[in-house]
Design a protein around this ligand. Sequence first.
Ligand code: FAD
Length: 385
Amino acid sequence: MGERNEAVTVVGAGLVGSLLSVFLARRGYSVEVLERRPDMRREVIDAGRSINLAISTRGLYALRQVGLEEEALKHAIPMRGRMIHPPKGALAYQPYGKDDSQHINSLARAWLNKFLMSAAEATGKVRIRFNQRVTQADLATGSLTVLDEASGQERQEAGRVLFGTDGSGSAVRQAMEQVPGFAATQEQLGHGYKELTIPAGPGGAFQMEKHALHIWPRGTYMLIGLPNEDGSFTCTLFLPWKGPVSFESLDSPAKLEAFFEEQFPDAKALIPDLTEAFFARPTGGMVTVKCAPWRVGDKALVLGDAAHAIVPFFGQGMNCGFEDCTVLDGLLEQHGTWADVFGTLERLRKTNADAIADMAVENFVEMRDSTGSPRFLLEKAVEKA
Ligand code: FAD
């Protein structure tokens, strides 16, 4: 195991890479983070997937370990149950537990990412370098080829212990694929997603129940809505890419509006820019990534989505990545070699991560195939959250 002042490199300052940097800094490591995007605290950029997300126990536990839970919860909106919206008729509220203490939390992704980056830098041991895209990694030495997106210049970075937290399309994982014995699978879901916004009402009022995860289950597709601090809701429409009701079939404003009028009339009434937003905003894809091993000797380790991207139907991708960090931190405390730490982390985490990935897909399939029981999905999602 390296000396406490050893310099290490983290690729990707997303949610997991930023939190991982906090953990590493607190253990005494000097951390250089290479992030391909500009600094989202200074420039308005697309923060990537999902405007808000649900943080649950395993994610909050990780934040607590580094003293960040309390501040995060100040910005979170507790969701104490699910509000089911049928196509017609009364809403059905289903509390998550016997009392309000059992809830999940809606949190803005961009806020959380910025908060974690600032917390990492505040340790004084983390330097985040933006516009730095890792294009290749030599895992025998740990050296990296890095493209400076601002200047267009490519350079080599010296080899150090490397953590790949660069998301589902991880360049570090792709470099691992060159190592004999490495195997990775990527399965795209047949559904995509589109984000739509229910704005705040007058005076910042929430136009639907604030403390609920809103769900419009419809068998082969569904809409969900999570509350934001400013009174708005971010809605996500999950729809097949192709087929009778799909992103392909909804190819005109008239079809889209008729579809929403029939299936989601209450949501339609609250989304004033439905047509404009639907056709202007990108449609996201969802992928399950599994790989083995997660590490190369004592040189490199992948964590978070880079090691185990999962589809979002349990709301557990980030939570699972945060749990990787908690477990890694516990192993660092034991002062094994890097090879020991990486090997043990993979042993402890991979089976769980793969199981969650499978359950997330199964629940989605369950919903799609049993149109009469979309609640099955919801029940399961909540149990797991
Ligand atoms: P990412 O967030 O993808 O971050 C990777 C970072 O690496 C980015 O900053 C990227 O710019 C950078 N990067 C990428 N390539 C390079 C490179 N070559 N060089 C340098 N930098 C690079 N999870 C939950 O727990 N709860 C939820 O409610 C939830 N909802 C979701 C809803 C949707 C629609 C989707 C799609 C996902 C959802 N997730 C949720 C999953 C969650 O978004 C991911 O699990 C989480 O973002 C993973 O974090 P990460 O840091 O591993 O990867």
